[in-house]
Design a protein around this ligand. Structure first.
Ligand SMILES: [Zn+2]
Length: 76
C-alpha cells in the first residue's frame, strides 16, 4: 500500500498518509482535500540507492583512464 506525502494548500500542513484506491486523502489539520502530492517520500526512500547509483555511474568514467579526469569520457 503506497504512502504519499502531501502538502495542504489551505493551511500548509505537510503530512504522510496511506492512500487507498477510491479514497481521497484529507488534511489532518483542517480536513481540506486541496492537497498537492509531494515527491520527497521517494527521494527519502531512494537516498541510499541513489548514492550507490551515483558511485556506480562514476565507476566507468573513473576507470576509463581519460587524461582529463573522471567523467571526461562521457563528453565525447
Ligand atoms: Zn490543511
Amino acid at each position: 500500500m503506497p504512502i504519499f506525502e502531501y502538502a495542504c494548500q489551505d493551511c500548509g500542513h505537510e503530512f504522510e498518509t496511506l492512500v487507498r484506491s477510491g479514497t481521497v486523502p484529507a488534511c489532518p489539520g483542517c480536513h481540506s482535500t486541496d492537497l498537492v502530492k509531494q515527491l520527497s517520500v521517494f527521494a527519502t526512500g531512494a537516498g541510499a540507492p541513489a548514492a550507490g547509483q551515483a558511485m556506480a555511474a562514476a565507476g566507468p568514467c573513473g576507470s576509463c583512464g581519460h587524461p582529463a579526469g573522471p567523467g571526461a569520457c562521457a563528453l565525447q
